[in-house]
Ligand binder design. Structure first.
Ligand SMILES: Nc1ncnc2c1ncn2[C@@H]1O[C@H](COP(=O)(O)OP(=O)(O)OP(=O)(O)O)[C@@H](O)[C@H]1O
Ligand SMILES: [Mg+2]
Length: 589
């Protein structure tokens, strides 16, 4: 039973048998659960006899709905009753020709007009309130009509008309959809009036009266059963429809909420893109204007060397020490303009980028100028990046590739042991420092990908526009494609890709029409092609170094130090005196 004031949540279901509120509810048992029984786990219960819901509001909602849904069937039922009563007038010609005028008076002057009146009443607004009374009254008149007809016709013919009583009972219980109490009332009156009339007026034999009464009782039982199952069916059907409509409303509400959220998301994305574009324009203008300016009274900014995804690199000079430096001025990332994020930037900057190793560029300083312009000062390198070298001169010899790979691994091993992951190993971040043949390999941009934006994925040769674009993920380890936690092994994967590229002159996975996503998918699931496919006489040690470094599972890859050791062995073998040289060894040696 629902507490007063508590919102009723209608659920489909059979009565809850555990919490009886009235003695009748205590009578509930399994027999109540039939084909039409609602499901279990419910909050709404029906009275086991009257089938009324235990929730008053729900009951009146059902009655209202049921009345409107059954109004037309009830009208048809009244018409059917009228027709039956009228059509059976034909049998009066044979069964009671002498009493026909009186019988017809009853049929056509009393009962039929009562039916018509009731039919007319169904079209008035009062019918909603007095439906059961009006219909019961009509049936009562029909019942008394039958009794009167049987009283007029002498026995034994009169008994034939007793059949009318059975029809009245079935009619009351079924077609006109009377509630159980009304149908029972009519049946009780029939059971009371019939024997009275039979004994006092018709002089019917006791045996016939007894048999008719037992048939009448049988009719009442049948009528009640069909009335009861119809009632249960209508009510459970009502609950189901109500539940479906509630769920539909809920779904529609959620759907419109989702649409709204999507709209807001699209708007905020558009706003972000606008901001990013504006920031980019401002930064480009600033980048052009910066040369000649002095940063934090320490560094004079000189000519621009180049721009990448995270900012612009300039030549510069330390004003007091007069030594040359390279200054990387970071492009402000959308969403990172806040004081907190700049503080984090300042705090993490130097530690994330500084690796003390001869093969890593020396980072000298890191700061945020004027409260918003982050910059990194490093040793100025002369020469060009590995990317430029590959672009202009094509694939390298196995020896040179191994030398570069080894230097990168050495720097990485040192960084990894200090807890610094590069995150963006690619040829443009490997600098060949020195103008003559003995160029020293310097890894640049340690940890910068982490500093600028956790969410962006720095890519390969292509653009890595901060906060907006993903660069070509040509060096991306599978765990990064899947956005899983990663460590130094994803740098090792990138070294594997780079080794392949250095000797083969192409990437193991190249971008196809599928764009970035297809490239990422290849890194995630496809086996890389054999190096020998592009370099037929590739050294087996180099090939195995590439294969192991590019394993999908990070745990199965060597560490940077292990990969470095393999490359060192390879170099020793390649440099061993008297060794027969392969064609690939000679390439650009
Ligand atoms: N310390 C340095 N000395 C001299 N040149 C440098 C130094 N650091 C970077 N450069 C050069 O500056 C240019 C811009 O470098 P930057 O790192 O911004 O771009 P990138 O590596 O192409 O892209 P990304 O932003 O994805 O790393 C490159 O040509 C790079 O070789
Ligand atoms: Mg770079």
């Amino acid at each position: 039973m629902t507490e007063a004031g508590e919102t009723t949540v209608p659920f489909i279901g059979a009565p809850n048998l555990d919490t009886p509120d009235t003695p009748l509810f205590a009578l509930r048992s399994e027999w109540l659960r039939g084909d039409n029984s609602p499901d279990a786990d419910v909050d709404v219960r029906m009275h086991p006899l009257t089938l009324r819901f235990d929730d008053k509001d729900l009951e009146s909602e059902f009655e209202e709905e049921y009345f409107h849904r059954t109004l037309i069937p009830v009208r048809w039922a009244v018409i059917v009753g009228l027709c039956l009563y009228s059509v059976y007038g034909i049998v009066d010609f044979w069964l009671a020709p002498e009493q026909r005028p009186q019988i017809w008076l009853i049929r056509y002057a009393i009962v039929a007009p009562a039916c018509l009146l009731c039919l007319g009443f169904t079209f008035t607004r009062h019918f909603r309130k007095y439906k059961d009374l009006a219909v019961s009254l009509m049936i009562l008149i029909a019942l008394l009509g039958v009794i009167a007809i049987t009283s007029i016709i002498p026995q034994p013919m009169g008994s034939l008309y007793d059949v009318g009583l059975f029809m009245v009972i079935v009619y009351a219980f079924t077609l006109v959809r009377l509630p159980v109490p009304y149908a029972f009332g009519i049946s009780a009156l029939t059971l009371a009036i019939y024997p009275l009339a039979a004994f006092t007026v018709h002089q019917t034999s006791t045996a016939v009266v007894g048999s008719n009464i037992s048939f009448l009782i049988g009719m009442i039982v049948l009528g009640f059963s069909s009335n009861y199952s119809m009632g249960r069916y209508s009510r459970s059907n009502f609950l189901q429809r109500r539940l479906i409509s509630l769920r539909t409303d809920e779904l529609e509400r959620k759907n419109s909420e989702l649409v709204m959220k999507n709209q807001m998301l699209a708007e905020s994305r558009a706003a972000n893109i606008r901001t990013a574009k504006r920031t980019e324009q401002i930064f480009s203008a600033l980048a052009e204007a910066l040369p000649g300016h002095i940063l934090d009274e320490k560094y004079r900014i000189g000519e621009k060397i180049g721009s990448g995804g995270f900012g612009t690199v300039y030549r510069g000079e330390h004003i007091f020490l007069h030594h040359p430096v390279a200054i990387k001025v970071f492009r402000p990332a959308v969403g990172q303009e806040g004081a907190d994020s700049l503080d984090r930037f300042r705090l993490e900057g130097i530690s994330a980028c500084r690796v003390n190793h001869p093969n890593a560029v020396t980072v000298l300083d890191f700061d945020v100028s004027g409260g918003s312009l982050a910059y990194l000062v490093m040793a100025l390198l002369e020469g060009h990046s590995l990317a430029q070298q590959l672009r202009t001169e094509g694939p390298l010899s196995t020896t040179r590739a191994a030398e570069i790979g080894l230097a990168v691994c050495d720097a990485l091993a040192q960084a990894h042991s200090a807890g610094i992951v590069h995150r963006d190993i690619k040829p443009s971040n490997v600098f060949l420092h020195g103008t003559n043949g003995d160029a020293v390999v310097k890894v640049i941009d340690f940890g910068i990908a982490k500093l600028t934006d956790e969410s962006q994925v720095p890519g390969a040769e292509g653009m890595t526009l901060s906060g907006m674009f993903l660069g070509t993920p040509a060096y991306m380890a599978p765990e990064r494609v899947f956005n899983l936690p990663y460590d130094g092994r994803s740098d090792v994967y990138a070294v594997g890709v780079m080794l392949f590229e250095m000797v083969a002159g192409r990437l193991p996975f190249e971008q196809t029409v599928g764009g970035h996503l297809s490239l990422m998918r290849m890194h995630a699931v496809e086996e890389p092609p054999a190096l020998t496919k592009f370099v037929p006489d590739a050294h087996p040690k180099l090939e195995s170094a590439v294969i192991t470094a590019m394993r999908k599972e990070p745990e199965q890859r060597p560490t940077a130090a292990q990969l470095g050791a393999t490359l060192r062995e390879l170099l020793q073998e390649l440099r061993a005196p008297g060794r027969t040289r392969r064609a690939s060894d000679l390439q650009r040696d």
